[in-house]
Ligand binder design. Structure first.
Ligand code: NAD
Length: 236
């Protein structure tokens, strides 16, 4: 631990599960009762914008009834206390990391509380329902859509992510199934460039074999314990 200065953390739906937000890859592969292909692809949006918008409206509204759990809070504590480099990359579209106080955060798959103009690409903070064809505040075209990176679309800030992974001394993956690329490949990129790698998950994931160490258990227990270890090592 004493040689670690640059930490990159990847979080997935598992970190928000104990806050009451359903994960994705439960048996049956449904997200809140919907098939991924029906709500999470550009083709789905083109075929049935009303269904897709309603799905994300419901997920956005649900954010009003959940709160960060001990794992989000612990990462915010790490962010405040860690004097080295730190980047927390989340695949989650909820806002629980920022509500816990995390600042060094990147939402690679978009955000529920944001709308994206499908024409000019401007991103706008959004609360409440987003009707299909809402006008963009920037270009004025009726082209606002949920600011969610659909399957087949490029995640946000990949250059910055790859640079951070290249310089990481420690890469930690929390509550992610290792099934969604490119995020699932981050462990290999980080390890290739010499980082130590640690997975914290409820159960072994598709990517577990790539990590130096895997710790199994709920994020609300594993993450605070790991954060205390890291902050303790920094103090020594
Ligand atoms: P996933 O649903 O595919 O996998 C969830 C992982 O979390 C599993 O490996 C599971 O073992 C683990 N897990 C479940 N409960 C846990 C707990 N209490 N503690 C620790 N680990 C736990 O999620 P993913 O890998 O993030 O991929 C799904 C994609 O769907 C994401 O990219 C995201 O964009 C989207 N999604 C987002 C949210 C959200 O924003 N909260 C929720 C569902 C899906």
């Amino acid at each position: 631990m004493s040689e670690i200065r640059n930490i990159v953390i990847l979080t997935g739906a598992g970190i928000s599960a104990e806050s009451g937000i359903a994960t994705f890859r439960r048996p049956g592969g449904l997200w809140e009762g919907h098939r991924v292909e029906d709500v999470c692809t550009p083709e789905a949006l083109a075929a049935d914008a009303t269904l897709v918008h309603r799905f994300y409206d419901a997920r956005r509204a649900a954010l009003n009834h959940v709160a960060p759990n001990a794992a989000h809070v612990a990462l915010a504590r790490l962010d405040a206390a860690w004097t080295g480099e730190l980047l927390i990359i989340t695949q989650n579209v909820d806002d629980l990391h920022e509500r816990a106080g995390t600042k060094r955060l990147l939402h690679m798959h978009g955000e529920l509380r944001s709308a994206l103009c499908g024409l000019c690409g401007i991103r706008t903070a959004w609360e409440g329902p987003l009707p299909p064809g809402a006008p963009c505040p920037d270009c004025g075209e009726n082209a606002l859509r949920p600011d969610i990176v659909f399957f087949g679309e490029m995640p946000y800030q990949m250059d910055r992510i790859e640079q951070a992974l290249e310089h990481a001394d420690l890469f930690v993956s929390i509550g992610t199934s290792g099934a969604v690329y490119p995020a699932a490949g981050f462990v290999r990129l980080a390890a290739h460039d010499g980082a130590e790698t640690l997975e914290l998950n409820l159960e072994r994931s598709a990517g577990s074999d790539w990590f130096n160490e895997t710790r199994l258990g709920p994020a609300s227990v594993l993450v605070p314990a790991w954060v205390e270890e890291v902050i303790g090592a920094q103090a020594r």
